[in-house]
Design a binder for this molecule. Structure first.
Ligand code: CU
Length: 307
């Protein structure tokens, strides 16, 4: 299946493969230590891929995948943010029922039938990957990100079923560089300062509600506090317009660098990142089951710097 990687983790994956191909044609003395380090496979390249292409408002994905650790890539070829949240049916024979409830904006009805095992999110024109230990069963990929009018994308057609088949081969995931827990209403384990470059975060939902980890890189020169203000956190009078005007910036004040789609309690995804130096914010937009307020308004937002 053809798909195009453009940025972020996907590009890292692709370019590493190119380095390895190039390496076989070059004298060893020409290779920098960086290339040699890349040639020591950390395990990601060994995992089977499950490529998902997103546009407004649909997914293109394989009908089947073998079970086990899998690199799930979301290649966002659209003009808006999208994620592919992978819903696993508790009873594989209820796909028609799930398709029925996916005709309404009733999240409760969806999660009465299925659990989210996570998935990748990516900004427009970019690609991002997560590693998931897929169990056999019937799945549905959906995008629950709302439009400007509040309609979740899946109601406009962005949903696609697939099945995971029993696979005897065992594959193991690469070791993680950082362990992050998501619970009500906090990210735990994201260091205040992190190194740049390729890295893998093991992200587990240890809470009772769905949680997601959307990662944005702030425009150069912005502080974490200014980033929080954009989301209405911290400064009483700040609005997104005020914050941007006061800094006399052109263009959006941040760019999405991928993340993990809303993930069910007890589930783990490994997030593949290739972080450039800068200031970042991790944020959860999932609505609280009690108040309806997005989790970040209740504290589920964290800033960090990458040097
Ligand atoms: Cu959350």
């Amino acid at each position: 299946m053809h798909h195009t990687f453009s940025t972020n983790a996907g590009a890292r994956h692709f370019s590493r493969r190119r380095y390895l191909q190039a390496a076989s044609a070059l004298p060893i003395a020409l290779l920098s230590s960086r290339y040699l380090a890349l040639a020591q496979d950390d395990g990601v390249d060994a995992l089977p891929e499950f490529p998902i292409v997103a546009v407004e408002y649909s997914f293109d994905l394989p009908a089947e995948a073998p079970s086990g650790w899998t690199q799930v890539t979301l290649d966002n070829q659209g003009t808006m943010d999208h994620h592919a949240m992978l819903l696993k049916l508790r009873d594989p024979d209820t796909l028609a029922d799930l398709e029925d409830v996916l005709q309404s904006p009733d999240f409760g009805a969806i999660f009465a039938l299925a659990d989210s095992v996570g998935g990748a999110g990516a900004g427009p024109g970019s690609s991002a990957s997560v590693l998931i230990d897929l169990e056999p069963g019937q799945y549905m990929a959906v995008c629950v990100i709302p439009d400007d009018d509040g309609t979740p994308h899946y109601l406009k057609g962005q949903q696609a079923p697939f099945s995971v088949t029993e696979n005897d081969a065992t594959n193991s995931p690469p070791s993680a560089d950082l362990s992050v827990e998501m619970s009500e209403m906090v990210f735990t384990g994201i260091s205040a300062e992190l190194p740049s470059g390729p890295q893998i975060w093991e992200v587990t939902n240890t809470g009772e509600q769905l949680h997601e980890l959307a990662l944005v890189r702030l425009a150069d020169g912005m502080t974490i506090d200014q980033g929080f203000e954009i989301f209405g956190i911290g400064a009483e009078a700040a609005t997104p317009d005020d914050s941007m005007a006061s800094m006399e910036m052109e263009g959006p004040p941040f760019t999405g660098v991928g993340g993990i789609a809303p993930l069910g309690p007890g589930q783990t995804n490994l997030l593949e990142l290739d972080l450039a130096p800068g200031t970042y914010i991790a944020i959860c937009f999932v609505p609280d089951t009690a108040s309806g307020a997005p989790h970040f308004m209740l504290g589920m937002i964290s800033g960090f710097t990458v040097a």
